[in-house]
Design a protein around this ligand. Structure first.
Ligand code: PLP
Length: 364
């Protein structure tokens, strides 16, 4: 304990590139209260299991889905892996039932897809076909259509991409997927709690998508770990289930076994507090912060990508970037080396102004 007592976790005031944030205080309390529960064993930990059902229902409401199936995952990585896993198992099941499973299965996603999908493809033995994005960093539909074939299990679109905060053309991608008898998954891990307040077409209500990753532990302000896997049909979750001989319940669909109920309880508490008014206000404030920052960069002659969601990407020299890291700004870069500022709920206008002051100093 001594070693922990001597340390403090980082403050959030200089964290500008993380996709996580400070949990809402009620979510923090709920997480502490349910820390020692295990929704992986619902027959023993029934209260938290009931809360998980409520969490899935509420995530469904946020993502435009009545009667949602799914579970609270450890994060977007697990939800994406499980979407690929379900698609593969369903195709295998079709084969067993006399259908036509792919001999050399593939999944198709834009290059902007999160690296968790690379993990999924490697683990599950499917080929990941990445296709280019257009000039606005969104999946190129012609390229998606060209990459999809009879062996495609799943097409993945991103609703709020990690590097540029872009939303792929989800309805058109779903059409391409379904025309090829493939499934359609949307990765809204980051965007899911802000997109309901925009005009984007991203949700189960906007397109016939089959599954979605949507993380309470990002814009949802739940404590880590709280991700969400949602599915339109029960068969998706059933395709993930394995028998659980030594538990009183008969099957388990999660990738993890034992998992803390902190994520489940924290997610429910955060959504109770914030859906929808609190999330709407948070989106508006952070979009205004992103627009402010983008204007400030542009005024300094720094090339900036328009923040269509609260995420600003700008070109800084490696020396300037390093100098800002030395000032203890917790910032990160895109694969192309651009600075990436994610305006999460903890990011204040005052923090951005302080950052700009340091930027001006280190650049001069
Ligand atoms: N999907 C997207 C779009 C993300 O931005 C991230 C993480 O930032 C993930 C998936 C992975 O989420 P996690 O780190 O919670 O597993």
């Amino acid at each position: 304990m001594q070693r922990v007592r001597q340390r403090k976790p980082q403050e959030f005031d200089r964290v500008l590139s993380s996709m996580c944030t400070e949990p809402h205080p009620r979510a923090h309390e709920a997480a502490v209260e349910f820390l020692a529960t295990n929704p992986g064993d619902p027959a023993t930990y029934q209260t938290v299991a009931d809360l998980e059902t409520e969490a899935v229902d509420q995530l469904g409401e946020i993502a435009g889905l009545d009667d949602a199936y799914g579970y609270i995952a450890s994060g977007g990585t697990e939800a994406n892996i499980q979407a690929v896993h379900a698609a593969r198992n369903l195709a295998d099941g079709a084969d067993t039932a006399g259908g036509d499973a792919a001999s050399d299965p593939n999944i198709v996603a834009p290059t902007s897809v999160h690296f968790s999908v690379t993990k999924a493809a490697e683990m599950l033995g499917v080929e990941l076909r990445t296709v280019p994005v257009d000039d606005d960093y969104r999946a190129d539909l012609d390229a998606v259509a060209a990459a999809v074939d009879d062996d495609t299990l799943l097409v993945i679109g991103v609703a709020g991409s990690t590097e540029y905060g872009r939303v792929d053309p989800i309805p058109a991608m779903a059409d391409i997927a379904h025309d090829a008898d493939a499934r359609m998954h949307v990765d809204a891990s980051w965007g899911g709690f802000i997109l309901p307040f925009t005009d984007y077409e991203w949700s189960f209500a906007d397109a016939p998508i089959d599954s979605m990753a949507i993380d309470p532990h990002k814009f949802g302000q739940a404590p880590v770990p709280a991700g969400g896997l949602l599915a339109r049909e029960r068969e998706t979750v059933d395709a993930l289930a394995v028998d659980t001989p030594y538990l009183e319940t008969t099957s388990q669909a999660t990738l993890t076994g034992t998992r803390s109920g902190a994520g489940v309880a924290g997610a429910v508490a955060a959504m109770d507090e914030l859906w929808p008014a609190g999330y709407r206000q948070q989106y508006r404030e952070q979009q205004a912060n992103a627009d402010f920052l983008a204007d400030e960069f542009a005024a300094r002659g720094i090339k900036v990508v328009e923040p269509t969601l609260p995420l600003v990407t700008a070109s800084l020299s490696p020396a300037t970037f390093e100098a800002l890291r030395d000032e203890e700004w917790r910032i990160a870069r895109t694969a192309d080396g651009d600075l990436r500022i994610v305006c999460m709920p903890h990011v204040t206008r005052a923090a951005l102004e302080a950052f700009l002051t340091d930027l001006d100093r280190v650049r001069s």
